[in-house]
Design a protein around this ligand. Structure first.
Ligand SMILES: Cc1cc2nc3c(=O)[nH]c(=O)nc-3n(C[C@H](O)[C@H](O)[C@H](O)COP(=O)(O)OP(=O)(O)OC[C@H]3O[C@@H](n4cnc5c(N)ncnc54)[C@H](O)[C@@H]3O)c2cc1C
Ligand code: SF4
Length: 338
């Protein structure tokens, strides 16, 4: 009899972990809350740092899951976890020899930063909205015209104690650079300004892309935080900021404001953690057993983590972690042979 592992979450982390387990003779079962597999990456257009279409990464994962007949239960959330199985919404119990939590993250709700007018003024969009606009093949202002001046604001809902999100979301600086380049490719005549507190280019190829944004695309980087956005009579948006490098206050009228929303902890973490006596870090992400040697292990034997459930992460890091999680599960199953 094959050993059975329930994977909670059918995003990139969950699917990659399932494939890793299946190839080693384990029977994975994925439970996904959405009606479709793929997680957040399903909504992204092209991926940093290479501009690879997101579908080129997700489609092979989904195809392999189907070809290898990996069982996927979609449209149902997991409500409790334990090392010997999970309980689904509705009360059904699924037994397992181990459980992997790959429940990912939640996008910060930009409406909580009222000063930027998201959901109130036209042409204030989030980075996630912009990905969807690019996917639909049409990036335009609300009146159908093309933007001539665009501001991209970093750290929206990250590094911000006022909204209880003091962590850095790690991926939004490079997303801001990537989206600025995409906007310049679409609208070469437009001026694009990135407003940042610090530029964090932690991954391979990221710093190079940041330089390219400035040298080849003439994208402007302004060190300073926008304090507020307000609508103008002519339909444009006025932003107020301070350029902290020159120490000067700055007012600018723009056509579009793009808010780089942060990755915050999955809303389900509290309940899922309580059900298995797991630890949640102060920022709400699940806490690994050890940051150096136990990143994919929970403090409970038989419960593992993969992907953005433990911290903001790029897709490359998520996929690497899924492979590690599969290794750790196989190691655990071998140690606990029936
Ligand atoms: C705006 C933005 C753009 C990005 N662009 C890039 C990029 O260009 N390149 C890159 O490398 N990375 C990018 N990332 C990061 C990338 O999105 C993450 O690395 C990736 O989504 C993490 O995958 P995951 O499977 O861990 O989590 P998720 O994608 O969040 O998937 C988790 C899955 O678990 C499911 N789930 C949650 N709770 C439950 C439950 N209780 N029961 C059952 N299912 C549940 C969810 O429905 C979801 O399908 C971006 C992030 C953001 C915010
Ligand atoms: S990655 Fe950049 S934009 Fe995102 S929270 Fe960190 S510093 Fe801010």
């Amino acid at each position: 009899m094959k050993r059975r592992v329930v994977i909670v979450g059918g995003g990139a982390a969950g699917m990659a972990t399932a494939l890793g387990l299946e190839s080693r003779g384990v029977e994975p079962v994925i439970v996904e809350r959405d009606t479709e597999m793929g997680g957040k990456v399903r909504n992204w257009h092209k991926l940093f740092p290479t501009f690879t279409p997101a579908s080129e990464i997700l489609d092979p994962l989904r195809r392999s899951i189907a070809e290898r007949n990996i069982e996927c239960r979609t449209g149902v959330a997991v409500e409790t976890v334990a090392s010997d199985g999970v309980t689904l919404a509705g009360g059904e119990r699924m037994a397992a020899d181990a459980v992997v939590m790959a429940t990912g993250f939640t996008l910060f709700d930009a409406r909580r930063k009222q000063e930027y007018g998201y959901g109130i003024y036209d042409n204030v969009v989030t980075s996630a909205d912009l990905e969807q606009m690019m996917n639909s093949g049409r990036v335009r202002l609300a009146d159908g015209s093309m933007p001539r001046r665009i501001a991209i604001l970093h750290c929206v809902g990250s590094r911000d104690e006022k909204v209880c999100q003091s962590h850095c979301s790690k991926v939004c600086c490079i997303t801001g650079v990537k989206q600025a380049i995409e906007l310049k490719k679409m609208f070469p005549e437009a001026d694009v300004f990135n407003f940042y507190m610090d530029i964090r280019m932690f991954g391979p190829g990221y710093e190079e892309l940041y330089r390219e944004a400035q040298q080849s695309y003439n994208i402007h980087f302004v060190r300073g935080r926008i304090s507020e956005a307000s609508p103008m009579i002519n339909g444009r948006i006025q932003i107020k900021a301070e350029d902290t490098l020159t120490g000067r206050p700055l007012k600018m009228s723009i056509d579009m404001l793009v808010l780089m929303v942060g990755m915050r902890a999955n809303d389900d973490n509290g309940l899922l953690a309580a059900s298995a006596s797991l630890d949640v870090a102060p920022n709400g992400f699940m806490q690994s057993r050890d940051p150096f040697t136990g990143a994919v292990r929970s403090p409970r034997e038989g419960i593992f983590y993969a992907g953005a459930v433990t911290a903001p992460k790029s897709l490359a890091d998520t996929l690497a972690e899924a492979a590690l999680a599969a290794d750790a599960v196989v190691d655990y199953l071998n140690r606990t042979q029936r």
